[in-house]
Design a protein around this ligand. Structure first.
Ligand code: OGA
Ligand code: MN
Length: 200
């Protein structure tokens, strides 16, 4: 694996504590301005390749209306984010014995009016998703634009997380959450830290 170190600005002790106590954590000012600029550019220049997330194997569902693009090695700038998440996975494994050994990720674009209804990323432990992470990469976000992440923590308390630029929200994949309808284009990378493949 490429030697990536976690950004120095991250307060990792706080993150570990929040994950432990609440089942979720938020980190702000995640990457340098230079990196964010390149990542946004890579996302926007590929928007024409995004597909409706609600359609899987030809079957349409109405739980979500965003568009996504799965990240592979051809998306070079996004790879750095994936590598950072692999580093984070190792740290989480050391602290919580989670057995994470894979990261899967996609860009997501919510245009005006788009949403993702209440769901869990890993209901009843039926897939290998352990921790869900969402990194927000639009350049600006105003509270009146909606698009909040609404999340129930492990003590059943609800939280409203603004999709602020250069922020990562991470949470246990079994927790209930939703994305409120956006009133402005909302760009992100959702990535899951998984425990079911032998890649790392
Ligand atoms: C998801 C998801 C939350 C967000 O992609 O599964 O719940 O804030 N995303 O984008
Ligand atoms: Mn989700």
């Amino acid at each position: 694996m490429e030697a990536t170190t976690l950004p120095k600005s991250w307060n990792i002790d706080q993150t570990l504590d929040d994950l432990d106590q609440q089942g979720f954590a938020v980190i702000d000012h995640v990457y340098s301005y230079h990196y964010v600029y390149q990542l946004v550019k890579e996302c926007i220049s590929n928007l024409n390749c995004f597909r409706e997330a609600a359609i899987q194997n030809g079957v349409v569902s109405n739980v979500r209306s965003d568009h996504i693009l799965w990240i592979d090695e051809n998306l070079h700038i996004a790879q750095h984010h994936i590598n950072t998440l692999k580093q984070l996975s190792q740290l989480l494994n050391r602290h919580f014995y989670l057995g994470i050994n894979d990261v899967e990720a996609h860009f997501a674009c919510y245009n005006t009016g788009e949403f993702y209804a209440l769901h869990r990323d890993n209901p009843q432990n039926k897939n290998g998703r352990i921790i869900s992470t969402v990194y927000y990469l639009h350049e600006e976000w105003q509270e009146s634009w909606g698009g909040e992440l609404h999340l129930q923590d492990k003590k059943n308390v609800w939280h409203t997380i603004q999709p602020k630029p250069n922020r990562i929200a991470m949470f246990q994949s079994d927790l209930l959450h939703e994305v409120i309808q956006a009133k402005h284009q909302r760009l992100s990378i959702t990535a899951w830290l998984r425990s079911d493949q032998n890649i790392i």
